[in-house]
Design a protein around this ligand. Structure first.
Ligand code: HEC
Length: 130
């Protein structure tokens, strides 16, 4: 009886340590090169034609500030669901992703080798205030 209680305690300690390690290894921010140069280039085209008429870059900078430490995926979902305001959801998923890469790049965040992908890890990339 005593031994099995000890075992349960040991196993949960082990799980706690393992999950802590996993969270540390996965956690990222927009400072970690989470989008590619190619995404920035195609995002600029989308931005110029679909996003620059109603807000200027200052507005996006303020948006990033107010989303500080929130997962990037939430911003992506919010933009996809509500923008462009005169025709929400009208862009392809990839265009929404690329336009975010462009906005991040314009706000000084670095490109990298990894492609920004809403199906892969964007929930654990946190926005940082530019
Ligand atoms: C027809 C005008 C219009 C266009 C085009 C447009 N928006 Fe907006 N956008 C708005 C309005 C209106 C709001 C809400 C009011 C505000 O915050 O100024 C808004 C709000 C936002 C926000 C703030 C969301 C938040 O929760 O903080 C973001 C980010 C945004 N738009 C991104 C985009 C992107 C990216 C595009 C291009 C795909 C785009 N918008 C195109 C009118 C527009």
């Amino acid at each position: 009886m005593k031994n099995s209680v000890k075992l349960v305690g040991f196993v949960s300690l082990l799980m706690y340590l393992l999950s802590g390690q996993a969270a540390l290894a996965q956690h990222k921010t927009v400072n970690d090169g989470v989008f590619t140069e190619a995404q920035v280039t195609s995002g600029e085209v989308v931005y110029e034609s679909q996003c620059s008429t109603c807000h200027n870059m200052r507005f996006y900078t303020d948006t990033l500030k107010s989303w500080n430490n929130q997962p990037l995926l939430y911003l992506w979902e919010s933009i996809m669901g509500t923008m462009p305001a005169d025709n929400p959801g009208s862009l392809m998923l990839q265009e929404y992703t690329d336009v975010i890469a462009y906005i991040l790049s314009e706000n000084g965040f670095p490109t990298g080798d990894a492609k920004l992908d809403p199906d892969n890890g964007m929930d654990i990339i946190n926005i940082q205030s530019p």
